[in-house]
Design a protein around this ligand. Structure first.
Ligand code: SF4
Length: 79
């Protein structure tokens, strides 16, 4: 199980996460920030649990984020 968290209010809308993991990220037409697909909002932190096979592309999404607001964790390690 992989847990992805997005601190959405700090997103600068660069689109890098969408380029790295387009099946899990999209850009909002309303405010220009990215959306963590299926993410549930808790006080501005959007979180989703996904299968292990989504880890690598979302790891790269987190690595690419210039404001470091994406966190990806699984049972053995985290970034
Ligand atoms: S990479 Fe980071 S700043 Fe850029 S759109 Fe994604 S979450 Fe927002």
């Amino acid at each position: 199980m992989v847990i992805i968290t997005h601190q959405r209010d700090k997103c600068i809308g660069c689109n890098y996460c969408v380029e790295e993991a387009p099946e899990r990220w999209a850009m909002s037409q309303k405010d220009g920030k990215s959306i963590l697909i299926d993410g549930k909002d808790s006080k501005g932190f959007f979180t989703v649990r996904v299968h292990d096979d989504e880890f690598i592309q979302n790891y790269y999404a987190a690595e690419s984020c210039p404001v470091n607001i994406i966190q990806v964790k699984n049972s053995s390690f985290s970034i």
